[in-house]
Design a protein around this ligand. Structure first.
Ligand code: PEP
Length: 249
């Protein structure tokens, strides 16, 4: 069965609650499509107003992060149940900015992935190499390690529903998109890694996005690749360009 594309926006630390409502209202008619799942991952404080604004549209509101404990003395963190109670279905886990600025390790990512599944939230699991790693020729080794740790103790049935976002760090927010060949090569390698961990059926079911300066010009070729099932989009998800990316065909 063909995998349905999934195109997710990552708003990062942008948009106040009132700006969030305005942006959802602006983009609602532009991102209407049946061809892809459309997810807006927004700051925690924007989740409820964005969800209200998105009612009646195809937009699904997701979160940008979640903690791996149930509740308690973790000042400033967001519990999984806070997300499910608000109706959240997707959460970005292990974005490179969280790894770099907030010290998230592969083990943290794994704990968050397990916790998300426990609560019925689909994780969008981020992985990707630095420019130095690409130049050293260890891209696939590094990404495979990230994937293998992220999926520890995740069942095949859970893995089938997961989303992986391959985001080369050097391409995030830099305007440098990976070439279509580079993106397809790593996404195919990730799928092969999932087949090794689980089986072919799981590898065929899992959705793998490319992320890193995706824009309306690069999206069509990227999304036409056999192992690229959509995109995780930062900067361009905050403007009308997102509508063009979502309707890339
Ligand atoms: C991201 O935030 O995941 C991302 C890919 O950002 P950008 O599209 O701005 O490079």
């Amino acid at each position: 069965m063909a995998r349905k594309k999934i195109i997710a926006g990552n708003w990062k630390m942008n948009m106040t609650p009132s700006q969030a409502v305005a942006l959802v209202n602006e983009l609602k008619p532009l991102v209407a499509t049946e061809e892809a799942d459309v997810v807006f991952c927004v700051p925690a404080i924007d989740i409820i107003p964005a969800m209200e604004a998105a009612k009646g549209s195809n937009i699904v509101i997701g979160a940008e992060n979640m903690y791996f404990e149930e509740k308690g003395a973790y000042t400033g963190e967001i519990a999984p149940e806070m997300l499910t109670d608000a109706g959240v279905k997707y959460v970005i886990i292990g974005h490179s900015e969280r790894r770099e600025y907030f010290g998230e390790s592969d083990e943290d990512v794994n704990k968050k992935v397990l916790k998300a599944f426990e609560h019925g939230i689909t994780p969008i699991i981020c992985c990707g190499e630095t420019l130095a790693q690409r130049e050293q020729g260890v891209t696939m080794d590094f990404v495979r390690m990230q994937i293998k740790i992220a999926f520890q103790n995740v069942t095949a049935d859970q893995a089938k529903t997961a989303v992986i976002a391959y985001e080369p760090i050097w391409a995030i927010g830099t305007g440098k998109t990976a070439t279509t060949e580079q993106a397809q090569e790593v996404c195919a390698g990730i799928r092969a890694c999932i087949a090794e961990i689980y089986d072919e059926a799981t590898a065929e079911a899992i959705r793998i996005q490319y992320g890193g300066s995706v824009n309306p010009a690069t999206a069509p070729e990227l999304f036409a690749q056999p192992d690229i099932d959509g995109g995780l989009v930062g900067g361009a998800s905050l403007k009308a360009d997102f509508g063009k990316i979502v309707n890339w065909k």
